[in-house]
Design a protein around this ligand. Structure first.
Ligand code: SPV
Ligand code: MN
Length: 614
């Protein structure tokens, strides 16, 4: 048996609350060794992982990891929010009573770290000194070295940071146990995986996966689910799956901060790392704060403040290239310490490749392995470069620290956060949603967020044109039940004397032939510039029942080749399509218990305004 107190004391973790916590879980999982980790251990742990074959070299200071083939993504069915109060049950939080679910997970974790090392990772999901620091501290326990290496990239990890906390007894207890991945019955009725946030105990129990979204507990489980709960319970802050950027107007010196929620995999990372189009680059620069999570609170000056609690980026690699996201490519260059997961990998040259990285496949197939580790050259030649066979997993990822991203904001580490001027929502919608519509009324903004969705992709998931609703892009990450969440959101907005402007954006409208009407990527800046012009009275737009859309001449189109007809369609409101949508929204919102009257009033206002158009 390891002497927990001795190991922790020797590493500088002397707080009895910490020792008691680690002891409790070491008694359950029974590791052979315990090791406390700080970011300064990175180089040694990388070498150990290379020696053990857990990582492979992918160029100088770059690493490749391949996961078990059934362990490549988050599993929403196995993700649970538990508390001791049945009133906490929502539609999307997959609520279970903690008395019922905890013993099951603990049962699966029992003895599951035998023969392994338990790493103790003290971390902080904020800059030190942030007004939300009290909600940001955690200690992850994991029996997986690759998870440690990714945590070091994704959170501020270290004993010193932890010991400097104002209150080092208040931390999230985040327990990760990998389990025997080849024998967990993934996707069968005997599935042993559980990803449980016991929200009212500030305890996270994740068993059965080493995939980032399931295993880097600072990120999704703490940064979103636990923080969503803590924000509501304290009434103090919002924790949202939002990107966060600043648009710097070099001509006026003004910086506009915009946060935005988009359902997973709809381009938040590309938006947040944006390089302005050439014609606008002399005047504007986009600063990157974060691509996935924003915590927001009411500042002393009555403005909404926000920050990214993460320390790195866990981005989808597929389709990342010089056009879609040059800054992401820069963040995974040699010597950045980036880790690739489940891309294709060349055993001879140590290169990585994914679909969409380059227009063509690598020319010499000889050393290339697909994401499952099979040599591509051993497949029938006709298949090797065919659309039916993928080299990289669709959810292959890169992990790199914020400081590797060239447009990282100089204010990213500022504990004071930044004032939020605008909040945008957007999902993939082929029609109905214009390029941008500004929403003046804050309750209508929250209503818009609650009815955010993305088009169903597979036929089985829904009817074409019908949305899979994803409230505020938080569907997989909600801990609060929806009614209470909506009320909490409104309460935060009510406290602001200078409120952010809401807007809904859509980069994905299609023409009759299925082609995209808008070029997207860096050109998206043009819609956001209009939003800030509108907020500050430099543009007035056209009022519609669903918000204010830009007039054609208000959009800055310098250097953009786009036809008048396309532009008109991009800014048009199809009242009949909107009326259909209103009925679907009504059914969607009716699922939620205790939805605030203000949200229903907003819904009625929009519905009536549409009726008046007919
Ligand atoms: C997402 O899926 O929205 C992510 C990546 O940000 S994961 O960590 O898998 O949740
Ligand atoms: Mn995300």
């Amino acid at each position: 048996m390891v002497d927990v107190a001795q190991v922790l004391n020797a590493a500088g973790l002397t707080n009895p609350a910490v020792i008691e916590y680690v002891q409790e879980w070491a008694d359950v999982t029974r590791p052979d060794r315990i090791e406390v980790v700080s970011a300064s251990d990175d180089a040694r742990l990388l070498q150990e992982a290379l020696d053990a074959g857990e990582l492979e070299p992918a160029g100088e200071g770059l690493y490749y990891s391949q996961s078990y083939w059934k362990d490549t993504a988050r599993s929403e069915e196995r993700t649970i929010v538990a508390t001791s109060n049945p009133d906490d049950k929502g539609v999307y939080n997959n609520w279970r009573h903690s008395d019922e679910i905890k013993p099951v997970v603990i049962g699966n974790m029992t003895g599951a770290s035998e023969g392994k090392t338990m790493y103790v990772i003290p971390y902080l999901m904020s800059a030190p000194g942030s007004p939300l620091e009290a909600y940001a501290a955690g200690i992850e326990l994991t029996d997986n070295r690759s998870v440690v290496l990714q945590m070091i990239r994704m959170a501020r990890v270290g004993v010193d940071t932890f010991n400097a906390l104002a209150d080092p007894t208040s931390f999230v207890r985040a327990v990760h146990v990998t389990g025997d991945l080849e024998n967990l019955g993934q996707g069968t009725p005997e599935d042993k995986r559980y990803f449980v946030t016991v929200a009212d105990e500030r305890t996270i129990l994740h068993f059965g996966s080493s995939y980032g979204g399931n295993a880097l507990l600072g990120k999704i489980a703490h940064g979103l689910r636990q923080a969503n709960w803590d924000g509501g319970a304290s009434g103090k802050f919002l924790a949202e799956q939002y990107m966060l950027i600043a648009i710097h107007d070099k001509q006026t010196g003004r910086k506009y901060h915009i946060a935005g929620g988009f359902p997973s995999a709809s381009g938040k990372t590309n938006l947040a790392m944006m390089v302005p189009p050439d014609a606008l680059g002399d005047r504007y620069y986009v600063e990157f704060f974060g691509d996935d999570i924003a915590w927001m609170w009411v500042g002393d000056d009555g403005k909404l403040y926000g920050m990214n609690p993460e320390f790195g980026v866990f981005g989808v690699a597929i389709d990342t290239n010089e056009k879609t996201n040059p800054n992401a490519l820069a963040a995974v260059q040699p010597k950045t310490g980036a880790i690739f997961t489940n891309t294709a990998y060349d055993v001879n040259t140590h290169e990585t490749w994914w679909e969409g990285k380059t227009p063509d496949y690598p020319s010499d197939v000889t050393g290339w392995r697909d994401w499952k580790g099979n040599l591509i050259s051993e497949r029938p030649e006709a298949e090797q470069r065919s659309k039916d066979f993928v080299w990289a997993h669709p959810n292959c990822r890169f992990t790199s620290t914020m400081s590797n991203v060239p447009n990282e904001s100089p204010d990213y580490n500022d504990p004071a956060g930044v004032p939020i001027d605008g909040i945008i929502y957007g999902g993939r919608t082929r029609d109905r949603e214009p390029l941008i519509r500004a929403i003046d009324d804050p309750a209508e903004g929250v209503y818009d967020g609650l009815t955010l969705g993305a088009e169903a992709t597979a036929a089985a998931e829904g009817v074409a044109g019908q949305l899979r609703y994803d409230p505020m892009s938080m569907r997989p990450f909600l801990a609060l039940p929806e009614g209470r969440y909506a009320q909490h959101f409104l309460n935060i907005l009510d406290q602001l004397t200078d409120k952010p402007l809401f807007a809904h954006v859509n980069w994905f409208q299609r023409d009759a032939d299925g082609g995209y009407l808008w070029p997207g990527y860096s050109e998206n800046l043009r819609a956001l510039l209009w939003m800030m012009d509108y907020r500050e009275g430099r543009a007035t737009g056209t009022k519609t029942p669903v918000g204010v859309v830009p007039t054609k001449d208000e959009l800055n189109l310098d250097g953009l080749d786009i036809s008048d007809a396309d532009l008109e369609q991009l800014l048009a409101i199809d009242v009949d399509r909107w009326k259909q949508e209103i009925e679907l929204r009504e059914a969607h919102l009716k699922q939620f218990n205790g939805l605030p009257q203000e949200i229903w009033d907003a819904h009625e206002r929009v519905a009536k305004a549409l009726d008046a158009e007919a």
